[in-house]
Design a protein around this ligand. Structure first.
Ligand SMILES: NC(=O)c1ccc[n+]([C@@H]2O[C@H](COP(=O)([O-])OP(=O)(O)OC[C@H]3O[C@@H](n4cnc5c(N)ncnc54)[C@H](O)[C@@H]3O)[C@@H](O)[C@H]2O)c1
Length: 249
């Protein structure tokens, strides 16, 4: 039986850890070939590549910092050269640098905006140039429920994710005529290295806050991302799907 994403190639940024790696894993299990972009150390990237290869498909890893705009076009070129095509883009690379507004440095602001927002812009633009010519493609951006609310210490992060939601909608409006769908998922607290560095009390509060009373797992987000990448979502574009167990209610 043909797997759902057999013959498809997915570029996943942030694919060496957490949510990005879970998306890459689930896509690989569903038959996709993968082009993984991440700034992680060589050893971590190689480990992720080996893990993903165990799912059966072809995997190419590409070490790059998504803040470097020109690398995005190189990544797309390389994925076309090495894997022959590009169908799906998942922008999952992201970071935090939390501080109250009165202590937030320019560097902390810039790091988070450049990684979470400019990085997604660069990769979406590079992929869109190819998708327009190919007259089809899917982009899924990993935003956050913090895009729509105010939380202590998260001014830079919330601004980056709100910008990412706006980028998602504008890209959807521009690219629809070329058969390209652009959507976002907004996770609540998900058990990954990014939140594991937060105090236990903060994580417990997040779990209590959610209607389902639990913290999400990376695969919970990956399942939503795969749906948005699939043919079943062919009439959905410009949408933002919360994957938060009801944390934002
Ligand atoms: N974990 C959560 O609770 C949660 C909630 C909402 C949204 N998110 C978003 O999900 C995405 C993935 O986060 P995660 O929780 O899996 O974290 P993670 O730290 O496990 O994974 C992030 C990955 O992105 C990579 N990365 C970071 N900066 C990069 C850069 N400049 N260039 C290239 N790669 C870079 C890291 O090396 C890492 O592999 C992020 O965009 C994050 O904002 C996470």
């Amino acid at each position: 039986m043909k797997l759902e994403f057999e013959g498809r190639v997915a570029l996943v940024t942030g694919g060496a850890s957490g949510i990005g790696r879970a998306c890459a894993w689930e896509l690989a299990r569903a038959g996709a070939d993968l082009f993984v972009v991440d700034a992680a150390a060589e050893a971590q990237l190689a480990q992720a590549e080996n893990l993903l290869k165990a799912a059966g498909g072809r995997v190419v890893s590409f070490r790059a910092d998504v803040r470097e705009h020109a690398r995005a076009a190189q990544a797309v070129e390389e994925s076309l050269a090495r894997l022959g095509r590009l169908d799906l883009l998942v922008n999952a690379a992201g970071t935090t640098a939390d501080a109250p507004l009165w202590e937030l440095s320019e560097e902390q602001w810039q790091l988070v905006l450049d990684t979470n927002l400019k990085g997604a812009f660069s990769y979406t633009q590079a992929a869109a140039r190819h998708f327009r010519r190919a007259r089809g493609g899917r982009v899924v951006n990993v935003a956050s429920i913090e895009a729509g609310r105010g939380r202590f210490g998260l001014a830079n992060y919330a601004a980056s994710k709100a910008g990412l939601v706006a980028l998602t909608r504008s890209a959807a409006a521009e690219l629809g005529r070329y058969g390209v769908c652009v959507n976002a998922v907004s996770p609540g607290f998900i058990r990954t290295p990014l939140v594991e560095r937060l105090p236990e009390a903060v994580r417990e509060r997040a779990a209590r806050e959610s209607a389902l009373g639990r913290m999400g797992e990376p695969e919970d987000v990956a399942h939503a991302v795969l749906f948005l990448c699939s043919e079943r979502a062919r009439h959905i574009t410009g949408a933002v799907l919360n994957v938060d167990g009801g944390q934002s209610l």
